[in-house]
Write a protein that binds this ligand. Sequence first.
Ligand code: ATP
Ligand code: MG
Length: 224
Amino acid sequence: MKALQALALSFAYDETPLFSGVSFALAEGEWVSVTGPSGSGKSTLCLLLSGVIPRSLELGKRSGKVLLFGEDIAGLSLAKVASQLGLMLQEPDSQLFSPLVEDEIAFGPENLCLPRDEIGERIERALRLTGMNAKRMADTDALSGGQKQLIALAAVLAMEPRVLILDEAFAMLDEAAEEQMLQVLRCLKAQGTAILTVEHEPRRLAAADRILRLDAGRLEEVGL
Ligand SMILES: Nc1ncnc2c1ncn2[C@@H]1O[C@H](COP(=O)(O)OP(=O)(O)OP(=O)(O)O)[C@@H](O)[C@H]1O
Ligand SMILES: [Mg+2]
């Protein structure tokens, strides 16, 4: 079964369609990267694929469907979506809301009502994977842009989602952190996680199995 599917997805914020007839499928253990010019709608596509539009952001006109493990995402409870799909936004500031790093990462697993020990283990694992152990008790506001991206990523990883959507998650990372994160994603992919990344950088695009390009309202597969 496909992890995530877009079926003839069309969207417009206003009268002008942003994209139309977008269809693709992402399998478990597959890594697809979406590229395309600024303003082509990549971030909007991420919001639709994760169900944030229309669940949390009721805007624009849509048609088509998004299926998460074969089920229409619009009909799933927020708890079900949150336990299966992790979204990291392009702007980490719009994702982070806890004053303390540890609380930020604990928030998701706490909402899954996991046992306390398990929550602690997940926080530790997520911080280790992102190389952010030293920042566990740090003030989120005091972090650099790249560190905020790593904490936002850690918060997503702590949910252990089977589908991961990362919108330009590496844009503010230095080279060492970027290489570490690519390695983490390769490892998750090998364990069956379905990954969708939005990317510009050719070096990082090369890490994906397939590249899709969103341009002038159409999504098309391009060569690696
Ligand atoms: N909430 C909104 N209301 C109205 N228009 C919006 C909204 N969010 C984005 N847009 C517009 O929709 C278009 C697509 O934006 P989007 O952020 O999805 O593009 P993008 O491909 O992610 O761009 P970038 O590469 O710069 O991140 C842009 O013209 C943008 O100005
Ligand atoms: Mg964007």
